[in-house]
Write a protein that binds this ligand. Structure first.
Ligand code: SAH
Ligand code: CA
Length: 213
């Protein structure tokens, strides 16, 4: 779904940073070998994530929902020289694919993979975070927020992806649609929770920036 016209979207992309070659190769191989390649962040959103991470210059990053590693590599571009990125995915079949691309990047030894349910893994992490990217299963978004909020450093940033859910957040809610239902609750939570300051950006499928006070 395009929230802006395709022509304007092309103009926006043409006047943003180019996609690094490694990420082009990762995208090609994802389309060849992995199911649901549309879940990739992709060129434009990837450059947005890279830019935000560079502005934040985080020492510690947590990503929930690695998929084939595209967004992890974009976020890693902004890490401090001694920064570390932790990324979680429940699908063990993606592990070796991710590792191949992490090792081909400049950040391989500073990207740590975890395989399993993020809600089980997060409580066991002993780190606190400057930047968190939430991009896994939508029904768990509120639970992810509650799992990470006490692990955020002051001034840290939570980025939440797909918060407009192809525009479904303003359509009549279907009874069985647990993803939209959870995203409605999640967007309200970010707006109302006094521990964060939030702006929802209509970038791609909706990307929210929440700054932890
Ligand atoms: N961040 C990636 C895309 C993530 S797609 C990018 O932008 O390129 C969503 C991912 O969340 C999938 O790979 C899926 O396996 C993972 N996922 C779904 N449920 C999960 C859970 N409970 N815990 C951890 N990962 C989960
Ligand atoms: Ca996403």
């Amino acid at each position: 779904m395009h929230f802006i016209s395709e022509a304007l979207d092309e103009y926006v992309v043409a006047h943003s940073e180019n996609e690094p070659d490694l990420l082009k190769a990762l995208t090609r191989e994802t389309y060849q070998k992995v199911l649901q390649p549309r879940m990739l962040s992709g060129h434009y959103q990837g450059r947005v994530l890279s830019m935000l991470s560079k502005l934040i210059a985080p020492k510690t990053i947590l990503e929930i929902g690695t998929y084939t590693g595209y967004s992890a590599l974009c976020l890693a571009e902004g890490m401090n020289a001694d920064g570390e990125l932790h990324t979680i995915d429940i699908n063990e079949e993606l592990h070796d694919f991710q590792r191949k691309y992490f090792d081909a990047s400049a950040f391989g030894d500073r990207i740590h993979q975890y395989t399993g349910d993020a809600l089980e893994i997060i409580p066991a992490l002993e780190t606190t975070f400057d930047l968190v990217f939430i991009d896994a299963d939508k029904p768990n978004y509120p639970a992810y927020f509650h799992a990470i909020i006490d692990k955020m450093n002051s001034g840290g940033v939570i980025l939440s992806d797909n918060v407009l859910w192809s525009g479904k957040v303003i359509e009549p809610l279907q009874n069985h649609d647990i993803s939209t239902k959870a995203l409605l609750a999640y967007n309200a939570l970010l707006k109302e929770d006094a521990r964060v300051e939030t702006v929802l950006l209509p970038i791609r499928d909706g990307l929210t920036i929440s700054r932890v006070l």
